[in-house]
Design a protein around this ligand. Structure first.
Ligand code: HEM
Length: 286
């Protein structure tokens, strides 16, 4: 009788994390790849399209914003919540220590420390970056009093994509912050791909782990080039010309919307016979 009672008391007193460590660690690992890692790659590729000029970047941003009111739901379900989960568990893993450094060779040790250092940089960078571009929340009071120009929040306007991105990154100190942030996130992701292979037992032999070094290294180099090319893209953007293009495009879109609304209003005021006669006349003209 004594034995089971002692075990259950110990089990209850163990932290939630240690009781569910296996599952939590696997979910942490999985969220690092999808959706967080996959989203990071798509986001960096989209930003690199600033290199193609204001029209190309605006087209890509419009495609994302065509989700309309569903966009915040998609953002929270597939980006922010999984990222918050990954970050909270990541901080718990770092704080729980268990460094195990002596069982790694020298390079492995350095990578282990860099994985944790870049996790802290990614945490600080992403928190600031989302505030800087997006403002975190789109509530009116918040945008006026917190995410305002004085505090440097909410600088990106999706309707003026290239010009506002270029202005937001105009100051050299901001470019430097983005450089450090992007390189750290990409290192954390690429090195994380390698550690994921260990977590999930994909590369178990020394030879397979060596091959994986090449694959993850290549992913890291390609994504670093892609990520940093956005910085070149915004630096090359002519803000005045980009703004003129964006304003013209916006005006054309508004005129088209007004034309469609007026036409719909006119059609709804016609009788069924008038509408039929109009359709027949149109077909005859074709
Ligand atoms: C751009 C954002 C991020 C991406 C793409 C990302 C991706 C990854 C990936 C793929 C792994 C490998 C998982 C494994 O070893 O099984 C990983 C590990 C890790 N991540 Fe992240 N992560 C990001 C942000 C963060 C943040 C903000 C933190 C917390 C401060 C964090 C903390 C950690 C930690 C501590 C590990 C190592 C886990 C271990 O060695 O057991 N990550 N991450």
């Amino acid at each position: 009788m004594q034995g089971p009672r002692i075990i259950s008391v110990e089990a209850n007193s163990a932290s939630f994390f240690s009781r569910n460590e296996f599952l939590i660690r696997r979910l942490h690992s999985l969220t690092g790849l999808v959706p967080v890692g996959a989203y990071m790659c798509i986001h960096l590729i989209t930003n690199a399209s600033t290199l193609g000029g204001a029209p190309m970047f605006q087209k890509n941003v419009d495609l994302i914003h065509s989700l309309g009111p569903a966009l915040p739901i998609v953002e929270w379900s597939f980006i922010f919540l999984p990222l918050i989960f990954h970050a909270v568990v990541g901080v718990a893993i770092i704080r729980s220590g268990n460094p195990n450094l002596s069982s790694y060779h020298y390079v492995g040790n350095v990578r282990y420390v860099l994985q944790r250092a870049t996790a802290w940089i990614a945490l600080a960078f992403i928190a600031w970056h989302v505030f800087h571009m997006h403002g975190w929340f789109h509530n009116e009071w918040w945008l006026e009093n917190v995410a305002n120009e004085d505090l440097g929040g909410h600088r990106f306007d999706p309707k003026h994509a290239a010009s506002t991105a270029a202005l937001a990154l105009e100051a050299p100190i901001r470019k430097l912050a983005y450089f450090i942030g992007v390189v750290s996130c990409v290192f954390h992701f690429a090195n994380g791909l390698w550690t994921m292979g260990i977590t999930w037992g994909v590369w178990t032999t020394a030879a397979a782990q060596k091959r994986a070094n090449w694959i993850c290294g290549a992913v890291g180099i390609v994504m670093t080039v892609v990520g940093l090319s956005a910085l070149v893209g915004v630096a090359k953007t002519d803000v005045v010309a980009a703004q003129a293009y964006e304003d013209t495009k916006l005006q054309m879109k508004q005129e088209e919307e007004q034309r469609v609304a007026a036409e719909n209003k006119r059609l709804s005021s016609l009788t069924a016979e008038e509408r039929l006669a109009e359709r027949k006349a149109r077909e005859a003209n074709h």
